[in-house]
Design a protein around this ligand. Structure first.
Ligand code: PRX
Length: 559
């Protein structure tokens, strides 16, 4: 295998890691107020701290969409966050409450999150493309009382089915029957008290799919800032002169952690692109904002690659200095493509919603082995374990495990202690990711697949059970088995195998209807791109459970 030597790196991570005492996360504490006061607040560290340090005039957010462009300095961001925080407080939001945020990629989404966190609430950012049922499931599950959204999204908020919801704020100037948070904020003071909280108080909740049941609420505590700040520095290699762009929406954990918190903790300029993917739009954003550090996902890189070199050549991307990837396996071909067209390696990173921050990564100062996710970052220890929880020999396949704990590890799975415990099947020492991996003699880790039925399409985690349940709600479907089918661009696509109720016959029209049924209920990314009708589905003899594995095999063996 070819090893790619490191190209750059602002910080001497290896030295920082090994100098003096071996690195421990406690070494990061002096960066935060906690060190002096025993209390913290994520928003203070993301915003107020920089203004207090004399960096108020620096651009914090740079919004670019087809229609317009806006910038917010750290001081402007602080004033706006404070005014919104005052509105929320006046309207009854208190420490420990959940505030859901259902907004497009726009500075308002950042401001809403920071304002709620400032007053001690925990935020639940929802992906902008979620449909009614996905929105309902999440708010319902944790009895969410507050929601900040916009008029155009209201039709996807089933308020009548959400008895816990007390107040819905909109970011528009006026919508009958709703509180306009922007209008009320105009009347508010631009100063606001920070609610000082404990490291273990909740900061956000993200719902994530498992292979069974509905999505589970993963809660993180303010202590994530330690690792989110440090990985922003070491892995994203952020320095204050950087213009940084993370392409994920805050509804996904990457968009919250590395789209909102980590860059602000590191005091950089964050680019927010409002709008859909197109190669032209993305390159234009990079050219216009002179993006220097860019965090995206393999599917996006593959789509850019497919758009061709002629498209790329039309843009000046000379400001780029560091590219990172997350969420799905990064093919070596993509790394080689990036080297040809940008003159840069793509640095893969591995983590999960539950882990709260990156754990395994290709640091900019280290060699890259294409095909490997990299090595554990300082302060993290990983292993590959067998079925009994013992480490396997070098190069052998096993379960990817991380030695617990680390600062960003989830605080809890909402109302589901059993689920939380299921990540630690061998006791408290090892957190099990659910990923299969191998590790080579240099400690480089290679992702090999999932040990469960989870589907990863374009880096988005989809639980087959949710899609199957949705399909079964349709009168035509008798049984459904949903699996991931390998796909060149998206990594995997969602494929459904179904049997039909007697009164229905297969037709292109029906299959399209089923697809849009799932799309309308859950979200576009969960809708099966392929549906195949069978006479019967393979099942276990004893319990009669549908054998997804058999379906998957069937799909990879033609005929
Ligand atoms: O299977 C792994 C895959 O994404 C899963 C976590 O999904 P999610 O919680 O949605 O978080 C995604 C981004 C933080 C993992 O269990 N995954 C994540 N990163 C990689 C990856 N698979 C291969 N290579 C990666 N770099």
């Amino acid at each position: 295998m070819s090893i790619l030597p490191p190209l750059h790196g602002t910080y001497n991570v290896e030295k920082e890691w090994h100098e003096g005492e071996p690195f421990r996360w406690e070494r990061v504490h002096p960066e935060f107020t906690w060190y002096e006061t025993g209390k913290v607040n994520m928003t203070y560290e993301c915003v107020d701290r920089h203004v207090n340090d004399g960096k108020g005039e620096k651009t914090a957010l740079w919004y670019i969409s087809d229609a317009k462009e806006e910038t917010w300095t750290y001081r402007e961001l602080q004033s706006e966050v404070n005014a919104w925080a005052n509105v929320l407080r006046k309207r009854g939001v208190q420490k420990g409450d959940f505030v859901f945020i259902f907004l497009p990629k726009h500075p308002y989404c950042h401001i809403a999150m920071l304002a709620a966190v400032k007053i001690g609430a925990a935020v639940g950012p929802l992906f902008e493309a979620f449909m009614e049922e996905a929105v309902k499931d999440r708010i319902y599950d944790c009895d969410g009382e507050y929601l900040i959204t916009s008029e155009e999204f209201l039709e996807r908020v089933p308020e009548k089915e959400l008895p816990s919801l007390k107040t819905v704020f909109v970011t528009d100037k006026h919508v009958d029957g709703y509180i306009s948070i922007t209008s009320e904020a105009e009347e508010e003071s631009t100063e606001s008290e920070t609610e000082w909280v404990d490291l273990d108080d909740g900061v956000n909740i993200h719902y994530t799919s498992g292979s069974t049941g509905k999505p589970k609420g993963i809660i993180h505590a303010h202590r994530v800032m330690i690792q989110q700040y440090q990985t922003g520095r070491w892995v994203l290699d952020l320095k204050e002169t950087d213009v940084y762009w993370c392409t994920a929406h805050p509804g996904w954990v990457t968009g919250t952690v590395y789209g909102v918190f980590a860059p602000l903790l590191n005091g950089v300029t964050t680019v927010i692109h409002g709008g859909r993917f197109s190669a032209e739009a993305w390159y234009e954003v990079m050219e216009k904002a002179k993006v220097s550090v860019w965090y995206s996902a393999p599917t996006a890189f593959r789509m850019l690659k497919a758009a061709g070199e002629n498209t790329r050549k039309r843009y000046d991307l000379s400001s780029l200095r560091h590219i990172l990837s997350v969420g799905e396996p990064l093919n070596p071909e993509v790394i080689h493509w990036a080297f040809e067209v940008f003159g840069l390696r793509i640095h893969d990173t591995w983590w999960m919603t539950e882990t709260g921050a990156q754990l395994i990564a290709n640091l900019p100062t280290r060699d890259i082995k294409p095909g490997s996710m990299g090595r554990p970052i300082p302060g993290v220890q990983a292993a590959v374990l067998d079925e009994e929880g013992k480490e396997v020999a070098t190069g052998e396949l096993g379960h990817l495990a991380i030695r617990a704990d680390w600062p960003a590890l989830m605080k809890e799975v909402w109302k589901n202690e059993e689920k939380y415990r299921s990540y630690f099947p061998y006791g408290k020492e090892w957190y099990l990711a659910g990923d299969l991996a191998t590790m080579d003699e240099d400690g480089y880790i290679f992702f090999q697949g999932r040990s469960d039925d989870m589907i990863n399409s374009s880096g988005e985690r989809i639980g087959p059970f949710e899609v199957e349940s949705k399909l079964l709600e349709h009168g035509a479907v008798q049984e459904a088995g949903v699996v991931g089918k390998p796909d060149e661009i998206r990594g995997e696509i969602v494929k459904a195998f179904i049997t039909l109720n007697n009164t229905y016959e297969e037709s292109a029209y029906l299959l399209e209807e089923l697809r849009s049924f799932v799309k309308r209920g859950l979200a576009a990314h969960a809708a099966p791109r392929e549906i195949e009708v069978l006479d019967e589905l393979p099942k276990t003899q004893i319990s009669g459970k549908i054998l997804r594995r058999k379906l998957k095999e069937r799909d990879s063996t033609p005929g």
